[in-house]
Design a protein. Structure first.
Length: 352
């Protein structure tokens, strides 16, 4: 740290992303990426966009926003796009978190980092003993509520009706629903996306990083009431108007134009998740129900750190969080069937 760093930032605990080693042959199940390549049309679309990079990108991301609005049956002014959903969440925290925030103790680690960075008071609400959000803990909080649904790293999901009840009990606050993983939900009652625009105070934030195989392109979006979208754009234009670059806009549009590929990849992940879950259960693991592209699991007789270390020795990366309540657990991203078979083989060796 230099002696010039602003006082407020000196105690900031930055977010620690999962490692991204460049080692060949690694089975990488630690950052919830897709094991599949982008949709076949993406590379050509990016190449065409690259020929016009001397120009600034479209400030309105017109094509991308139109395709998102068509895909989800909402109006274009009910959609905003961002440089990864991390950026959208940061915009939303700034826009709606002035009166304070509330989120669970075990959830996406970036929420508390942004709260500190932006100087927003955060009320931390413990998950119940089954690692679930108890909707009645979120009544009349009078502050902006942030819920990852499905939650990370547990993978458990609230019912959309419970989310709407939370919104109803907090009419003067925005409820931000982070649906980074909602495309992988097998239960049909999870996503609030279709309802959000009719609610004055519900904002759904999503990403192309997981279910649309574009983590490296950095593309996120929000869907909600047009006034909330207008507020997000006010923050964007006060910070970084050209936030979604031309290559990413082209990549995102091409991905949306191939719904069959999206479905195929999504289904494969969901099937591999259930296969892996059954395998882990048969090996004596505790595994939480997951509606996401990862499993939160605890190995029999092994702490999370130890299981992660022993897999790493075998070139398999998973994620461990050194955090109270969850030290027995690890988060395992669902990859291809071949990757999951390697994980299970290595786990059998470790347990033997
Ligand atoms: N929300 C949750 C719950 C996440 O796990 C992640 C991925 N780390 C994000 C948001 C951000 O994803 P991205 O910025 O790649 O869209």
């Amino acid at each position: 740290m230099s002696r010039f760093l602003s006082g407020r930032l000196q105690s900031l605990q930055a977010y620690v992303p999962g490692e991204q080693p460049k080692v060949s042959g690694l089975v990488k199940l630690n950052t919830n990426e897709s094991p599949f390549p982008p949709a076949p049309g993406v590379a050509e679309a990016v190449k065409n966009a690259a020929a016009r990079l001397q120009l600034y990108n479209d400030l309105k991301s017109e094509k991308l926003v139109r395709l998102l609005a068509d895909t989800y049956g909402v109006k274009e002014n009910q959609v905003a796009v961002s440089n990864g959903s991390d950026e959208m969440l940061a915009f939303a925290f700034q826009a709606f978190g002035g009166g304070g925030l509330a989120f669970p103790d075990i959830t996406y680690g970036f929420y508390s980092v942004w709260a500190n960075l932006f100087g927003l008071d955060a009320k931390i609400i413990p998950l119940n003993g089954r690692f679930e959000i108890n909707p009645s803990d979120y009544r009349k909080l009078d502050r902006c509520i942030v819920i990852a649904n499905p939650n990370a790293p547990t993978g458990k999901a609230l019912r959309r009706d419970d989310l709407m009840e939370i919104a109803e009990c907090n009419p003067d606050s925005v409820v931000i629903v982070d649906e980074a993983y909602a495309d992988f939900a097998s239960r049909p009652d999870v996503s609030a996306l279709g309802l959000a625009p009719q609610w004055e105070n519900v904002l759904v934030v999503r990403t192309f990083s997981k279910s649309r195989q574009l983590a490296g392109a950095r593309l996120g979006y929000a869907i909600g009431h047009e006034k909330l979208i207008e507020d997000l754009n006010r923050v964007r234009f006060s910070f970084h108007p050209y936030n979604v670059n031309a290559l990413t806009q082209a990549a995102g549009a091409a991905a949306l134009e191939d719904p069959e590929y999206f479905e195929k990849c999504r289904k494969a992940i969901m099937e591999n998740r259930e296969w892996t879950r059954a395998q882990l259960l048969s090996l004596g693991f505790r595994v939480m129900d997951s509606e996401a592209n990862f499993l939160f699991a605890s190995a029999p007789g092994l702490g999370g750190a130890e299981y992660q270390r022993r897999l790493r020795e075998r070139n398999i990366l998973i994620r461990y969080f050194d955090q109270p309540r969850i030290r027995d657990y690890v988060r395992i991203t669902i990859g291809s069937r071949e990757q999951m078979e390697k994980l299970i083989e290595a786990t059998k060796e470790i347990l033997a």
